[in-house]
Write a protein that binds this ligand. Structure first.
Ligand code: ADE
Length: 248
C-alpha cells in the first residue's frame, strides 16, 4: 500500500513512522509512506499557503492552488490514479471507525490531506477530496494527528504488517465489541489475582468466558455499540443472561 500525505508539517510524521512496525513494513515493501510539504507547491516568493477568509472573520484559510497541485502531482505518479481515495481530515468529516479503517486498508493507494489554520478553502473538500474524515467530535490544531491516527489504524490491517503473533483477529472493535481483559505473569500481583479460569487450560471455557467478558464490558462501557455489533445467537443468549442477572 502506498500512502501520500500532504501537510505543512512533514516533520511531525517522521518520529511516528520511524518506529519499528512502520520501519519493518516499509523495509518489507508492504507500505510506502511519502510525505509532501504543501508549501513546495507554491509559486510565489513567500511560499504563501494561506490567506484571509472572504467575507471577513478571524484566522487564515488554506489556499486551494497548492493543495490541488500537490494532489495532481501525486496522482500523476500513481498507477491507480482514477480510483485513489483523496481523504481530507476535518472535524466536519464522517466519524472514522474500525469499519472505515478496514475498507481503506483494501486500497493500493491513499492520498491524505491535512488541513491547518482556521480551515481549508471549501473547493478542496468539494472538488478534490473524495472523502472527509474526522477522528472525533473535538477540534485539533490541524489534520496531522488525525492523519497519523487514520494511517496507524489502516496500516496495521494491511496483510503482513503485523507479525502473526500480533494478528488483529480478536481485538476491540473487530466484531463491534470491546475486547475481553488480558493478563500475563505474575498470576498474583500485589494480591490481585488473574481469574482462575485463565489458568485452567480449558480452552472451550476460556473462550466462553472471554466472549462473556467482551459482551459485559461493551454493555457496561459502550452500550451504544451493542446494537451495531455482529452478535451470534450464543451472544444474544449471554446478553439475556447478563440482563437477568442484573448487569446493566
Ligand atoms: N482537524 C482538526 N480537528 C480534527 C478532527 N477532530 N478530526 C479530523 N481532522 C481534524
Amino acid at each position: 500500500m502506498r500512502i501520500d500525505v500532504l501537510t505543512l508539517f512533514p516533520d511531525m510524521f517522521r518520529a511516528v513512522f520511524g518506529v519499528s512496525i512502520y520501519q519493518r513494513a516499509m523495509d518489507n515493501g508492504l507500505v510506502q509512506i511519502n510525505l509532501h510539504n504543501i508549501r513546495d507547491y507554491t509559486h510565489d516568493r513567500h511560499h504563501t499557503v494561506d490567506d484571509t477568509p472572504y467575507g471577513g472573520g478571524p484566522g487564515m484559510v488554506m489556499k486551494p492552488e497548492p493543495i490541488f497541485e500537490a494532489v495532481e502531482a501525486v496522482k500523476a505518479q500513481s498507477e491507480a490514479s482514477s480510483d485513489v481515495p483523496v481523504i481530507l481530515l476535518t472535524p466536519q468529516g464522517r466519524l472514522f471507525d474500525q469499519k472505515i479503517a478496514g475498507e481503506l486498508s483494501q486500497y493500493p493507494h491513499l492520498i491524505i490531506i491535512c488541513g491547518h489554520y482556521e480551515g481549508v478553502d471549501e473547493r478542496v473538500a468539494e472538488h478534490m477530496a473524495t472523502d472527509r474524515l474526522s477522528i472525533g467530535d473535538y477540534v485539533l490544531t490541524g489534520g496531522e494527528l488525525p492523519a497519523m491516527v487514520v494511517i496507524d489504524a489502516v496500516v496495521r490491517l494491511v496483510p503482513g504488517v503485523l507479525g502473526s503473533s500480533e494478528s488483529p483477529v480478536s481485538e476491540s472493535h473487530m466484531d463491534g465489541l470491546l475486547e475481553y481483559p488480558q493478563y500475563t505473569r505474575p498470576s498474583d500481583f500485589r494480591g490481585w489475582m488473574v481469574p482462575d479460569i485463565l489458568l485452567s487450560g480449558d480452552h472451550a471455557r476460556i473462550a466462553r468466558w472471554r466472549q462473556e467478558q467482551s459482551l459485559r464490558r461493551t454493555l457496561e462501557r459502550r452500550p451504544d455499540l451493542i446494537n451495531k455489533a455482529k452478535l451470534s445467537p450464543e451472544d444474544r443468549k449471554i446478553l439475556a443472561q447478563l440482563a437477568s442477572s442484573g448487569a446493566k
